[in-house]
Design a protein. Structure first.
Length: 114
């Protein structure tokens, strides 16, 4: 059974940066496509970015040019570097294994506010 643990969420001012981490255990990490999702209050959970085993990436239009997803297979960790943060980026951010069966982390809170 896979386990995903996110970290790095925080309160940050608009225009600031954060790096989220998701450390994975219990699965062969390097073979899996991984995704970052977010859910804001009152809204549906949405895909933010994903990265394949071959390092191909995909981004939501709302974060293109500001967020970067990456992975370190030696550390079983996927990252989300978030720059130029906006108040509308405020959400709980979740890591997910995209393959079947899907595994989710518990989430980490990101709040962008002055």
């Amino acid at each position: 059974q896979g386990q995903l643990v996110e970290s790095g969420g925080d309160l940050v001012q608009p225009g600031g940066s954060l790096r989220l981490s998701c450390t994975v255990s219990g699965i062969t990490f390097r073979r899996n496509t991984m995704g970052w999702y977010r859910q804001a209050p009152g809204k549906q959970r949405e895909l933010v970015a994903s990265i394949t085993s071959g390092d191909s990436t995909n981004y939501a239009d709302s974060v293109k040019g500001r967020f970067t997803i990456s992975r370190d297979n030696a550390k079983n960790t996927v990252y989300l570097q978030m720059n130029s943060l906006k108040p509308e980026d405020t959400a709980v951010y979740y890591c997910k294994r995209e393959s079947w069966p899907p595994y989710w982390g518990q989430g980490t809170q990101v709040t962008v506010s002055s």
